[in-house]
Design a protein around this ligand. Structure first.
Ligand SMILES: Cc1cc2nc3c(=O)[nH]c(=O)nc-3n(C[C@H](O)[C@H](O)[C@H](O)COP(=O)(O)OP(=O)(O)OC[C@H]3O[C@@H](n4cnc5c(N)ncnc54)[C@H](O)[C@@H]3O)c2cc1C
Length: 465
C-alpha cells in the first residue's frame, strides 16, 4: 500500500465534490479527489443533464402536437436515435469522464480512482478501481489529510423490497438514461421527480406508460395541486396513473414484467423503471470511523457542514435536498470554512427545486401544509395560469398555477409553487422573495411586465386578498 499526504481529501467527485476539490486545489492546497465511478457524479452522466436533453426532445414533439388548431398542421415522426446519440456524444462522452478528470488535475489536484473509506481521523484508504469495475481489494493507497476530509459520496438508486423485484432486469435512472431505444411499454414505480420526468419522456416517444405512486398524489413532496395537475395532464397524454396504491409483487418472465398492485390490478410492461428514491452508503465510506452513525439515512452537519472534527459532508448525503445546486452551495460553504474565509452559514428556508415535466413544477420554501404544521398564520393565494393574460394567449399546453404561501405574522412569503410553461423560470422571482424575505406588501407594489407568465404572481397576490 502506498502512502500519500494532502491538505484535504475529498471522497466522491460528484458536482459538489468536484467543485470543492478543484477550487481548493486552485487556492494552492494539496487536494486528493477519490472517485469510484465517474468524475462528475450522477448529474452529468445519469441525472440532470441527460434527462433534460431527453425532456427537451420530448417537449419538441409535444409542441409539434399543439400546432393543430393554432398554426396549421405538423406531421412529426419521433425518433429516439438523435436523443440517444446526443446523450452519448454531447452529454457523457460515452460515459467517459476524461474531460472532468483532466479539469481537476489541471487545477493541481490528484485523482485517485477507487473506493475511499475513512479508517480513522485524517486517514482514508483507497481500494483502487479495477478496469471494468470493482476494486482490487488488495494494495491500494493510504491517504492522510492534514486539514480534513470531505465526504461527498451522494446517493445510489434505492430498490424497494417488493417480493419478486430483486434479480429482475429492472431499470433505475442509470439504465433509463442509457436506453438506446424506446420500450414498447414501461411501468414506472415512483411518482417523484425522476419517475414523472422519465415517464413523460418515454410516453411522448411512443411507449405505453403507467406510473405507480404509493402515496396519494404524484410529486408527493409538492403542493397537492401540483400532483392533481400532473395527473390530469398525464391522463390526457395517455399515461396511466395509479396513486395511493403500492406494488405488492413483481415478476419477469424473460420478456416482460408483471406488477401486481395492492388492490389486485396487474400491470404489464416490457421495461420497469424503479424510481422510488435514493439511499446513502455511510458504512461503505467508513463514516463510523469518525464517530458518525452509519445506520442513519444522512450525515448530520452543522451550519458550516461540519460532521465531526476535521470532517465535512456535502450534497445529497446530508439530506437537505438532493439537488445539484444544493451540493455546489454546500461546497462553497466548506471551501470558505477550510480556507478560513468569512462566509454565511447554510440556510434552507428558500430551497428551490424544479420537476421538469411539461408543465414544469417549480417550488421554493414551505408548502401550505408544512407552513401550517409549523404553526404559522398561513394565508394563500392561487392564480390559474390559463386564466392569466399570458396563459390565455398561450392556449395549448397552458396548464398550471401559481400558489403563494404567506406567513401573515411576519408578512412575508414562506413558500411558493409555480407550475406551468417555464414554471421553473418563473420560480426565480419567487425564490428571491422567499430568500430575501421581501414583505408581501412590497411585492404588491411592484410592476410586473405585461403579458409575462410571471405576471401571474400578481394575480396570485390579488387572490390572496
Ligand atoms: C434522473 C435524475 C435527474 C436529476 N435531475 C436533477 C435536476 O434537474 N436538477 C438537480 O438539481 N438535480 C437533479 N438530480 C439530482 C442530482 O443528480 C444530485 O442531487 C447530485 O448529483 C448530487 O450531487 P452529489 O455531489 O451529492 O453526489 P453525486 O452526484 O451522487 O456523486 C457522488 C460521487 O461519489 C462517488 N462515490 C460514492 N461513494 C464513494 C466512495 N466510497 N469512494 C469514492 N467515490 C465514491 C460516486 O461514484 C459519485 O460519482 C437528478 C437525479 C437523477 C437521478
Amino acid at each position: 500500500m502506498s502512502e500519500h499526504e494532502f491538505d484535504v481529501i475529498v471522497i466522491g467527485m460528484g458536482p459538489g465534490g468536484e467543485d470543492l476539490a478543484g477550487r481548493l486545489a486552485q487556492a494552492g492546497l494539496a487536494v486528493a479527489g477519490v472517485e469510484s465511478r465517474l468524475v462528475g457524479g450522477e448529474c452529468p452522466f445519469f441525472g440532470c443533464v441527460p434527462s433534460k436533453m431527453m425532456i427537451r426532445a420530448a417537449n419538441l414533439l409535444a409542441e409539434a402536437g399543439r400546432v393543430a388548431g393554432m398554426a396549421g398542421r405538423a406531421a412529426v415522426e419521433p425518433s429516439w436515435q438523435p436523443v440517444a446519440r446526443r446523450i452519448r456524444d454531447e452529454a457523457t462522452d460515452d460515459w467517459d469522464d476524461t474531460v472532468a478528470a483532466d479539469r481537476f488535475t489541471g487545477k493541481g489536484g490528484q485523482l485517485f480512482r477507487g473506493t475511499g473509506r475513512i479508517i480513522g481521523p485524517g486517514q482514508v484508504r483507497v481500494d483502487r478501481a479495477r478496469p471494468g469495475g470493482g476494486s482490487d481489494g488488495g494494495g491500494g493507497d493510504l491517504l492522510r489529510a492534514r486539514r480534513g476530509i470531505v465526504i461527498a459520496t451522494g446517493t445510489e438508486p434505492a430498490v424497494p423490497p417488493i417480493p419478486g423485484l430483486a434479480g429482475t432486469p429492472l431499470w433505475t435512472n442509470r439504465e433509463a438514461i442509457r436506453a438506446t431505444q424506446v420500450p414498447e411499454s414501461l411501468i414506472v414505480l415512483g411518482g417523484g421527480a425522476v419517475g414523472v420526468e422519465l415517464a413523460q419522456v418515454f410516453a411522448r416517444f411512443g411507449a405505453r406508460v403507467s406510473v405507480v405512486e404509493a402515496l396519494a398524489k404524484l410529486v408527493p413532496l409538492e403542493e397537492p395541486e401540483a400532483g392533481d395537475l400532473l395527473a390530469s395532464v398525464f391522463r390526457a397524454g395517455g399515461i396511466g396513473v395509479r396513486t395511493g396504491v403500492a406494488a405488492s409483487q413483481v415478476s419477469h418472465d424473460g420478456g416482460s414484467f408483471r406488477v401486481t398492485l395492492a388492490g389486485g390490478e396487474v400491470l404489464t410492461g416490457s421495461e420497469l423503471l424503479v424510481a422510488t428514491g435514493r439511499r446513502t452508503r455511510l458504512a461503505e465510506v467508513g463514516a463510523g470511523a469518525v464517530g458518525i452513525d452509519e445506520s442513519a439515512r444522512a450525515i448530520p452537519v452543522d451550519e458550516r457542514m461540519r460532521a465531526a472534527p476535521g470532517v465535512w459532508a456535502i450534497g445529497d448525503i446530508v439530506g437537505h435536498g438532493a439537488f445539484t445546486h444544493m451540493s455546489v452551495y454546500h461546497a462553497g460553504i466548506v471551501i470558505a470554512d477550510i480556507l478560513g474565509q468569512e462566509h454565511h452559514a447554510a440556510e434552507y428556508h428558500a430551497v428551490p427545486r424544479v420537476t421538469f415535466t411539461d408543465p414544469e413544477i417549480g417550488s421554493v420554501g414551505l408548502s401550505e401544509a408544512q407552513a401550517r404544521d409549523q404553526g404559522l398564520d398561513v394565508r394563500t393565494g392561487v392564480a390559474q395560469v390559463p386564466a392569466t393574460a399570458r396563459g390565455w394567449i398561450h392556449k395549448a399546453g397552458n396548464g398550471g398555477f401559481i400558489k403563494l404561501v404567506q406567513d401573515a405574522g411576519s408578512g412575508v412569503l414562506v413558500g411558493a409553487t409555480s407550475a406551468g410553461p417555464v414554471g421553473g423560470e418563473v420560480l426565480s422571482m419567487l425564490t428571491l422573495a422567499v430568500h430575501a424575505r421581501v414583505p408581501v406588501q412590497r411585492l404588491r407594489e411592484m410592476i410586473y411586465a405585461y403579458p409575462t407568465f410571471h405576471r401571474g404572481v400578481e394575480d396570485a397576490l390579488t387572490a390572496m386578498g
